[in-house]
Design a protein around this ligand. Structure first.
Ligand code: PXG
Length: 442
């Protein structure tokens, strides 16, 4: 016992927190103890306006009764069912309901437990698909600089955020990266899609020429890059990627872990931008963030390629103990009901113009060097303090929290992605608080 920490319930040392400045946090913890609709309750009793939908996931707002009831009901009825060689009705019902809201042609769904697992799953489907089609030389995976595709080895290999990669060795081999599309000199303070940079997609042609198309399995991109600081696709960019992939027989994967489930004003970004990928990865908003669950959508063409050989044989050697878990499935079904009843998968389209107007009104605040937006997403980029990158935005985060507002920061960029139920008054309140923070010298 002697080498154990003295862990009383409120001892913070044992939990090594994810993506957190652990020592800073534990000196001055920010504890959330309750939540409802647009607000968290902090341990000191304060109401905190949720400007980030948790971590881009609580799209319908917090503690929605239909979802909490569905979870309780399911936990008492069928808590778990084996996921391999066995089924339960709700996972099938959920897959059908998801296919209904997905872009046309996305007819099949594989379940996972997170965005990271969705990415790994999609990359593995891509490799195995080409092999089943007799194209086993197609093994290369192409990502993009500044891309975020979760934290597992496939995801960090195709991802392009240096701090998420550099500590972890050589990663997957046979990966290449397209350039990112961030052109602040030309596009700063653009509302919606930037004018400049669509032609950056043709860099993919260069990569294809370098490696030869016959070696490339898939290209994966976030339609809107989120974690890297909100990069909106320049006009024409995604369509051009689609054209190049189609021309060369390369699968195009949209990582919609943050854009899925209404963030841009359509169920998926693929519909919003009218560009059809071959696979879509999702998680987060699938269950309103309440229970871990992800889903990968694939076309019939991909699915059907696996459905061959003896019928007693497993067609795809991949899956998780919790794939399509009954409680997660019940939570997701209730989430889809809530989205439908309240029109949340398209509400962002209605409120986006007001959001955009209020967001861009912060242009004159000190140290603001760019503002970007699409749907119910906003980013405010701050001029870094010389020699102390990330500090300006992090202190804005701390001040905002003290002022009753939750924001996210990455580098010196503030990212906003509130629940899709946010009212105009709450948008006003959010930006008033943020103005105070920025004018207070963050
Ligand atoms: N792909 C994308 C595009 C993501 O944004 C993942 C994969 C990984 O999902 P999981 O469920 O494994 O975390 C993500 C996750 C932020 C933030 O504030 C973003 C994410 C996670 C946590 C914080 O930008 N995105």
């Amino acid at each position: 016992m002697s080498n154990r920490l003295n862990t009383s319930p409120n001892d913070l040392r044992a939990f090594w927190m994810p993506f957190t400045a652990n020592r800073q946090f534990k000196q001055n913890p920010r504890m959330l103890v309750g939540a409802r609709d647009m607000h968290f309750t902090a341990s000191d009793g304060r109401q905190i306006l949720d400007g980030t939908a948790g971590l881009w996931c609580v799209n319908a707002g917090h503690c929605r009764p239909k979802i909490t009831e569905a979870i309780a009901q399911q936990a008492g009825e069928l808590d778990y069912a084996p996921a391999f060689q066995m089924g339960h009705p709700k996972a099938f019902e959920l897959a059908n309901r998801l296919v209904d809201i997905a872009p046309d042609g996305m007819n099949h769904v594989l379940f996972t437990n997170s965005g990271s697992e969705s990415v790994e799953t999609a990359l593995k489907v891509a490799l195995a698909y080409h092999r089943t089609k007799g194209n086993g030389s197609r093994t290369r995976l192409i990502g993009r600089e500044r891309g975020y595709h979760g934290v597992n080895f496939g995801g960090i290999s195709v991802g392009g955020i240096v701090s998420n990669r550099k500590m972890f060795g050589t990663l997957l081999t046979g990966v290449d990266h397209m350039p990112h599309t961030h052109l602040p000199a030309q596009n700063a303070f653009t509302r919606g899609q930037p004018e400049h940079g669509g032609d950056i997609a043709s860099e993919l042609e260069r990569i294809v020429t370098l490696h030869d198309a016959s070696t490339i399995a898939a290209v994966i991109v976030e339609p809107v890059a989120g974690s890297t600081g909100v990069l909106i696709p320049p006009k024409g960019y995604l369509k051009k990627l689609r054209e190049i992939c189609t021309k060369h027989g390369i699968l195009l994967i949209f990582d919609e872990v943050i854009t899925g489930f209404g963030r841009l004003g359509s169920p998926f970004a693929a519909q919003h931008y009218d560009v059809m990928p071959d696979m879509i990865t999702s998680a987060k908003g699938l269950t309103n963030g309440v229970i871990p669950m992800g889903a990968v959508f694939v076309t019939s063409e991909i699915h059907d390629a696996f459905m061959q050989g003896p019928e007693h044989m497993i067609e795809f050697f991949h899956g998780y103990t919790y794939s399509g878990n009954p409680i997660a499935s019940a939570a997701a079904l209730a989430t889809l009901d809530t989205y439908k009843e309240e029109g949340l998968l398209t509400r962002a389209a209605d409120i986006a113009p007001y959001w955009e107007e209020q967001l861009h009104s912060l242009k004159d605040c000190p140290h603001v060097i760019d503002i970007r937006n699409t749907g119910l997403i906003g980013a405010i980029e701050l001029d870094p303090i010389a020699g102390e990158p990330t500090k300006r935005a992090f202190s804005a985060f701390l001040k905002a929290y003290d002022d009753g507002l939750l924001i996210r920061t990455t580098g010196d960029i503030i990212a906003l992605s509130p629940p899709l139920i946010i009212t105009r008054d709450q948008i006003d309140e959010l930006f008033e608080k943020l103005r105070n923070v920025l004018e207070g010298g963050a």
